[in-house]
Design a protein around this ligand. Structure first.
Ligand code: C5P
Length: 407
């Protein structure tokens, strides 16, 4: 699942200052391809107007169960039958308390009660003051809502509109969109722990200079996100990049190849899949100078001596867990030409079942890529597409190789 194209989402707003974030959420959902029908309670309309939500969703907003627009005057039935999901954001403490009792005295709660429970998921993004969130009544209601089949999202932590600080903020729009994308992604890696390396490494020459490469980390980060959406527990060992950690992914930042190796070896015993997407420097200066190397003014240039970095992928692929088939290893090859020949040779050299080839100069820093999947049987092309889509396809391909069932 890569976008929300064609998904019909009823976006329900209940009373809370987080209604201001619902405007951005509506915009993000529409941008992701969803068809959004907004429904607002009276309390929500104290915080934001239906005019705003209509403009952003492109559809007239429903605010009453007596709305005469519906031929049969049954908006609660019609809208809930057409929906792929009902998303309540913000979900107030009061609204959740109503839901657990099956109360239905206005359109939104009526619609939640009337929805076909097996086919129309109810997703709630709670938003409230920290004391209200922590109150045993709210926590009891959340537990009951989950037991009744609702999908209750986490709350954020931080400054609240009331001036207090703590748990209870509504997730940000982009976090809720991520949750929806994840919600609709088949959990083909459920039960797996995927360890991924991404980005370049940086090998210090002195305190202010070093050797690195043009890897942006985008492919590795996209794979981490796709694996997380597919239900895996994901650890990401990242070289120096300026990318946001995908939601739900455990990230360890490193700089050099030696640090990357240490972080990988610390985490790999838990992993069932290892994907080495990092562009690890082949060599590092034998020793980094403690102080900045100064120009001598005579035109004499410093001489650098290099030593080879350990091959993290080959080391992991040779471990007994990998050899016994308990750890599935995937390597990457960034080449400039003869991709098939180089990727095939690299797969054999690294001793991995799957090697993913790509053309380095046309992928580094880009948002799209093309992949060549090379295994013992031969090669398969994943043609040029966004890294997000390719990561999703690669994860599905790996899941098939692991033989894990879809649900
Ligand atoms: O040998 P080369 O760098 O082309 O191999 C690329 C593959 O090996 C990638 O999967 C990369 O992450 C991994 N690699 C590694 N440690 C190194 C060098 C490469 O894990 N020192």
């Amino acid at each position: 699942m890569n976008d929300l194209h064609g998904k019909r989402i009823v976006l329900g707003l209940t009373g809370g200052i987080a209604c201001f974030k619902a405007a951005e959420l509506c915009r993000s959902l529409v941008k992701a391809g969803a068809l959004v029908q907004v429904v607002m309670t009276d309390a929500a309309m104290q915080f934001i107007t239906p005019v705003t939500m209509q403009a952003l969703s492109g559809e007239p907003v429903y605010t009453s169960q007596w709305d005469p627009r519906e031929g049969n005057n049954m908006a609660h039935i019609n809208l809930s039958r057409e929906a792929d999901a009902i998303l309540i954001a913000p979900a107030s403490a009061d609204f959740m308390a109503k839901l657990i009792h099956g109360k239905a005295d206005e359109l939104l709660s009526l619609m939640c009660l009337a929805r076909p429970i097996q086919t129309v998921p109810l997703i709630l993004a709670p938003a409230m003051n920290r004391e209200m969130w922590a109150h045993p009544a709210t926590q009891r209601n959340v537990a009951q809502l989950k037991a009744d089949g609702a999908h209750v999202l986490d709350v954020g932590q931080g400054d609240q509109a009331c001036g207090e600080t703590g748990d209870g903020r509504m997730l940000e729009a982009e976090e809720i969109v991520e949750e929806l994308l994840s919600f609709w992604t088949p959990k083909c890696l459920k039960g797996h722990h995927v360890l991924i390396t991404a980005g370049p490494t940086y090998e210090a020459i002195d305190p202010v200079r070093g050797i690195t490469n043009l890897s942006s980390g985008k492919m590795g980060f996209a794979i981490a996100r796709a694996a997380q959406h597919a239900g895996a527990q994901v650890s990401l060992v990242s070289g120096p990049v300026s990318l946001t950690t995908p939601r739900g992914v455990h990230r360890v930042n490193v700089r050099s190849a030696l640090q990357m190796q240490e972080a990988v070896l610390n985490a790999v015993s838990q992993a069932t899949v290892f994907i080495a997407a990092a562009a690890v420097a082949d060599w590092r200066p034998e020793s980094a100078a403690n102080q900045k190397i100064k120009k001598d003014g005579q035109g004499v240039t410093p001489t650098l001596h290099f030593v080879e970095n350990p091959d993290i992928l080959a080391t992991v692929a040779q471990s007994s867990r990998a050899q016994k088939g308990h750890l599935f290893c995937v390597g990457f090859a960034a080449e400039s030409h003869d991709l098939l020949a180089h990727a095939t040779a690299k797969r054999a050299r690294k001793g991995v079942p799957l090697l993913v080839g790509n053309i380095g100069p046309s992928t580094f820093g880009q948002d799209d890529n093309a992949l060549l999947l090379v295994d013992a049987e031969g090669a398969k092309e994943l043609p040029r597409d966004s890294k997000t889509q390719l990561a999703h396809d690669l994860v599905e391909d790996i899941a098939k190789r692991l033989g894990t069932p879809h649900f």
